[in-house]
Each structure stands twice: as structure tokens, then as C-alpha cells.
Design a protein. Structure first.
Length: 114
């Protein structure tokens, strides 16, 4: 754990900002929670939209597949170490995410019972 110990969204320059991720060569993958699609995130393109100080932590854009209603979760891993890939979420973000998911489930239940 010596090298990867602080590789968490809260305190790592390799994860905190898009500029930092590009500088460190962090490998970022986007996963969709609904259709299961995954792909490497294009950090340069994200940098154009969000800037160097932009972050992917707790950001969940809609799936890139046109017909999918799922939301994306970003995972990141260092290029040069064997540290496992980490989801780019904070505890607070995760709570908000589960709450949203609960809302979705309620919405679907309401549709079924209607
Ligand atoms: Zn999807």
C-alpha cells in the first residue's frame, strides 16, 4: 500500500482534476450502469469542455448510447503502478447517487401500478 495509499478522489492530484489526470497519464474508463457499455474516456475532449480544473469526481453524465437512459460512472487507475482502478466518487456523491436511483425505482413502480 506504500505507493497507492493516497490514490483516492479526495486527495490525489492524479484524480482530482482533468489537468492533473492528463499530467500524470491517469487512465480513465467510463462505464454505464444500465447497458453495461464501457470505453476509455477522452481526457483531451473532456478538458475542452470542463477545463484543466474540471473534475470527473461525482459527475455522472448520461450514457453516450443514444437510446440508453443510464448514467455513467468514471473509474481511474494510474498508468505506471498496479493500483487497482478506483471509482471517481466520494461518499457524499455515492449517497446522492443511491438517492437518485431510489427516485428512479419509485418512478417506475408508480408507472407499473398506474
Ligand atoms: Zn448505457
Amino acid at each position: 500500500m506504500a505507493t497507492g495509499g493516497n490514490f483516492t478522489p479526495e486527495n490525489s492530484d492524479e484524480l482530482a482534476t482533468i489537468g492533473g489526470m492528463i499530467k500524470h497519464g491517469t487512465i480513465v474508463t467510463a462505464y454505464c450502469n444500465m447497458c453495461g457499455a464501457s470505453k476509455l474516456a477522452n481526457l483531451r475532449k473532456l478538458q475542452e469542455h470542463l477545463g484543466d480544473a474540471g473534475t470527473l469526481i461525482d459527475r455522472h453524465p448520461q450514457c453516450w448510447r443514444k437510446k440508453c437512459d443510464g448514467e455513467v460512472l468514471f473509474h481511474a487507475k494510474p498508468r505506471d503502478r498496479s493500483t487497482p482502478s478506483r471509482p471517481l466518487v466520494t461518499v457524499k456523491g455515492q449517497v446522492a447517487r443511491f438517492r437518485r436511483r431510489g427516485d428512479r425505482i419509485d418512478r417506475y413502480k408508480a408507472l407499473r401500478n398506474g
